[in-house]
Design a protein around this ligand. Structure first.
Ligand code: 5AD
Ligand code: SF4
Length: 353
């Protein structure tokens, strides 16, 4: 398949019935050919639900005063990592709301160093939003090798409809550039099916991923959260559109696999909020990464970005078990004990040296 145009991607995203099934099947084949039939696991530790941002769609936005905020102490975070290591989960994602104060920057730096001391072969992905170049560099030098920053949408106008004026699209783009420049395997993603978004926006997102030459992709369906500005306006609309939003998320994964070929693509937790088999479908549609949540149970119920989040009452061992079941159901093979570097990133490296 040659270069795919925006128009063709739009067509894919409009598929229904047999065409939809064919798209999913094709994407599965592209995954098998380009990256194999293995699914890489990443243990997610949700370090904090504190956030200085106010995205209109997100349940942990600063303006939501109805949730209790937590911050994992280093000792608790390290316990999560020890659990992961005991289960042969050698790839960890440290995730949280956006915080930028000096103490936080230092905390992450120290935590990354500690994890590398425990086991230097653990691959660490960070996802703490927009930071300055120096911070990204410090965390990279401490030992983190991957960074995830969702652009949310690559359309500036739409971005501005989803965020208050104080949030800058240009700055977010600059951050992605910095992440890449520092040397991280660079991951991004978008919300799918969120208010005011069209198929044309989503097709442009895939073109953007390709042009930006990303290594990892983590995108999921929009799921409403009642205590947010969008939750208050779009409740009825969301309930009527649930199925469409889910199908669109699956088609986005499939189209992204067909276009981007050898990047790592996650089957994300939000899929499970819209369909009990959500993440199985995500894997069938070409994803090759899945991320069990290994945050301690007492905290994870407060990390509510959207409603009906799956696995809130599961222990870390149960989350891991259910992820292994999902992989089995999808007919793929779970890869434990492997860090699962993005094949796309590895190829770029090889060509450079
Ligand atoms: N539905 C789905 N995903 C959401 N996120 C935030 N709010 C929602 C929501 N209501 C996603 C954003 C963010 C990531 C941490 O969670 O894409 O980047
Ligand atoms: Fe904060 Fe991210 Fe939620 Fe925005 S989407 S409010 S930056 S956690």
């Amino acid at each position: 398949m040659g270069k795919i145009s925006q128009k063709e991607i739009e067509e894919y995203l409009g598929f229904k019935g047999e065409d939809f099934d064919f798209l999913v099947e094709t994407a599965g084949k592209v995954r098998d050919k380009e990256v194999g039939n293995k699914v890489y696991l990443r243990g997610i530790v949700e370090i904090t639900n504190k956030c200085i941002k106010n995205c209109y769609y997100c349940g942990i936005r600063k303006g939501n005063i109805g949730i209790s905020r937590y911050f994992l102490e280093e000792k608790d975070a390290i316990d999560c990592v020890r659990f992961a290591v005991s289960q042969n989960l050698t790839s960890i994602v440290l995730q949280g709301g956006e915080l930028k104060d000096k103490d936080f920057v230092f905390y992450v730096e120290k935590l990354v160093k500690r994890i590398k001391e425990i086991n230097p072969s653990i691959a660490i992905t960070l996802s703490f939003g927009e930071q300055d170049f120096e911070t990204y560099k410090r965390w990279y030098d401490a030992g983190a090798e991957r960074y995830l920053l969702r652009i949310e949408t690559s359309d500036k106008k739409l971005y501005e409809k989803w965020h208050p004026e104080s949030h800058s699209f240009e700055q977010r783009m600059k951050c992605l550039e910095m992440i890449k420049k520092v040397g991280y395997q660079t991951g991004t993603g978008v919300l799918i099916g969120a208010p005011m978004q069209t198929i044309s926006h989503l097709a442009s997102d895939i073109v953007f991923f390709k042009e930006f030459d990303i290594d990892m992709l983590g995108m999921g369906p929009y799921v409403i959260h009642p205590q947010t500005p969008f939750g208050k306006i779009y409740g009825d609309w969301f309930e009527k559109n649930r199925k469409n939003i889910f199908d669109l998320a699956i088609k986005m994964i499939a189209a992204a696999r067909i276009v981007l070929k050898d990047v790592n693509i996650a089957s994300t937790t939000a899929l499970d909020s819209l369909n009990p088999e959500g993440r199985v479908y995500g894997l069938k549609a070409g994803a090759n990464v899945i991320m069990p949540d290994i945050t301690p149970m007492a905290y994870k119920r407060n990390y509510l970005l959207y409603k009906d989040k799956a696995g809130l009452y599961s222990s870390s061992a149960e989350s891991l078990f259910s992820v292994l079941e999902i992989v089995k159901k999808s007919g793929l093979v779970a890869s434990l004990g492997e860090v699962g570097t993005s094949p796309h990133f590895l190829k770029k490296r090889k060509n450079r040296f």
